[in-house]
Design a protein around this ligand. Structure first.
Ligand code: FAD
Ligand code: NAI
Length: 466
């Protein structure tokens, strides 16, 4: 029986990246995966399929609404949903094969089955009623997360769906009721609205996208409403009655009060995700969980059991693929005796809608709460030349800098390609840069990124084009 240096349980972005980095560092590595394909939530039912549908549905909407004004005359686009789903599947397959290739290239053994930790250095892998025990010096738990469920609302993945069902609907629902105005609700709500659904979003809080900068969220809500989204904030769904014709959702004010009934054809439940530790045998092995069911780790990703580490969605922190990947690299380096490290102050977040929303660092609300004195520089895309000629002027860039030192503390962007533009702010912040550093960096013209430079100039009240 092979003795590995490292066995990684789970092959999502956390697990497979950790395995590759460990192999680069000279370790003998195996990954354990219970799903029939590698890549985890992100590649199979998360980031990648959702982005394929967001892209395809955006093209559908553009063809119907934006081409004519540019002088491109096409007949009204027709939706071929099975082909769109096929486009999505091809994207998934390509990425999953890419991970298989990386495992081969890096000589990483792939053990198909459910991994269970028997104790330090021992992982049982079971599949089809057969089990084998593999021995290893180190174990990394990268088992990710699962959908959070709402009490009394049974997900059947046909009419009452989670994100997984919403990525594979067989026809466009006439009326889509989304529970939760977080990232999934707004991204997948956008997909189905563009394809023809009437979308209503019910959110418990009195705002959308909790955690994002408040001003950005407010503006974004207005833009989504203009696109046809309806929002019911400060409300909760207390039950869904299923009958042959429609779903009848009972909605109450969050604080309690008179209920109303809203009819829908499909209900999407997206109220967050929970860490996934089923079948891992953590309790018996002595791996402690925190009060929210996440695997408890120290600052070096070590769990309470010697030689066992954990990363990604199954531990605390934002449930994002790139956070899981960076933790995967860091823990592999730590196991190899290096100084692996993740800077949690510089983890970008992106909502891949149209326009996109992106963010890194502190929000205004967080700075106010911490009592930090800050200056704000804002620049709208209406004053950016490239956005003007392309007639895509929705949104703005906002930079928050320390009032005393000018160090950039947070950057928030709403607008086309905001998800790409945020990275110059990430690099700047990683190096502790100031708004002045950004303002004095030459930006190519004409680009939308010039709005980032102008927002930095606006911190010092000297934007040129405004
Ligand atoms: P996962 O990707 O969840 O992988 C865990 C793997 O472990 C799975 O393959 C599972 O089968 C396996 N596993 C679990 N238990 C065992 C066991 N006992 N034995 C063997 N294998 C096991 N994040 C972004 O950053 N950007 C996005 O655009 C984005 N879009 C998303 C869209 C949707 C619809 C969803 C649901 C999520 C999205 N996310 C996005 C979040 C992202 O998918 C997760 O943050 C990321 O997948 C977490 O990676 P992970 O490696 O921790 O776990
Ligand atoms: P979320 O945490 O982003 O949003 C959930 C929303 O549901 C919140 O606004 C919350 O207030 C609301 N809510 C909770 N209980 C409710 C109730 N009973 N009734 C009404 N509203 C309720 O979670 P979401 O959208 O499910 O996404 C899960 C995770 O996946 C997120 O952590 C996110 O990071 C990740 N993800 C990331 C994406 C990206 O980076 N672009 C895309 C999709 C998912």
């Amino acid at each position: 029986m092979a003795i590995y240096d490292l066995v990684v349980i789970g092959t999502g972005p956390g697990g497979y990246v950790c395995a590759v980095r460990a192999s680069q560092l000279g370790m003998k590595v195996a990954v354990v995966e219970k799903n029939s394909t590698l890549g985890g939530t992100c590649l199979n039912v998360g980031c990648m399929p959702s982005k394929a549908l967001l892209h395809a549905s955006e093209m559908f909407e553009e063809a119907g609404h934006s081409f004519a004004k540019m002088g491109v005359s096409v007949s009204a686009p027709k939706l071929d949903l099975p082909s769109m789903m096929n486009f999505k599947q091809q994207g998934i397959d390509g990425n999953v094969k890419g991970v298989e290739f990386l495992m081969k290239k890096n000589k990483i053994d792939v053990l198909k089955g459910t991994g269970k930790i028997l104790g330090t250095g021992k992982v049982e892998v079971s599949a089809d009623g057969k089990a084998q025990v593999v021995e290893t010096k180190n174990i990394v738990i990268a088992t990710g997360s699962d959908i959070a469920r709402l009490k009394g609302i049974e997900i059947d993945e046909k009419r009452i769906v989670s994100s997984t069902g919403a990525l594979s609907l067989e026809k466009v629902p006439g009326r889509l009721l989304v529970i939760g105005a977080g990232v999934i609700g707004l991204e997948l709500g956008s997909v189905w609205r563009r394809l023809g659904s009437e979308v209503m979003v019910v959110e418990f809080l009195d705002r959308i996208l909790p955690g994002m900068d408040g001003e950005i969220a407010k503006q974004f809500q207005r833009m989504l409403e203009k696109q046809g989204f309806a929002f019911k904030l400060g409300s909760k769904v207390t039950g869904v009655e299923v009958n042959s014709k429609a779903l009848l959702a009972k909605i109450e004010p969050a604080a309690g009060g008179a209920a109303e009934t809203i009819e829908a054809d499909v209900v999407l439940v997206c109220i967050g995700r929970t860490p996934y530790t089923d079948g891992l045998g953590l309790k018996e092995a002595g791996v402690a969980l925190d009060n929210r069911g996440r695997v408890q780790i120290d600052p070096h990703f070590a769990t309470s059991l010697k030689g066992v580490y954990a990363i990604g969605d199954v531990v605390a922190g934002p449930m994002l693929a790139h956070k899981a990947e960076d933790e995967g690299v860091a823990v592999a380096e730590i196991i190899a005796g290096q100084a692996g490290h993740v800077n949690y102050d510089v983890i970008p977040g992106v909502v891949y809608t149209t326009p996109e929303v992106s963010s890194v660092g502190k929000t205004e609300e967080e700075l106010k709460q911490a009592g930090t004195a800050y200056t704000v520089g804002k620049f709208p895309f209406t004053a950016n030349g490239r956005s003007k000629v392309n007639q895509t002027t929705d949104g703005f860039v906002k930079i928050l800098a320390d009032a005393k030192t000018d160090r950039v503390l947070g950057v928030h962007i709403i607008g086309r390609e905001a998800g790409e533009m945020i990275h110059e702010a990430c690099v700047l912040m990683e190096f502790g840069g100031s708004a002045e550093d950004l303002a004095r960096t030459c930006h190519a013209h004409p680009t939308r990124s010039e709005a980032v430079k102008e927002a930095a100039l606006a911190v010092g009240k000297r934007a040129i084009h405004m």
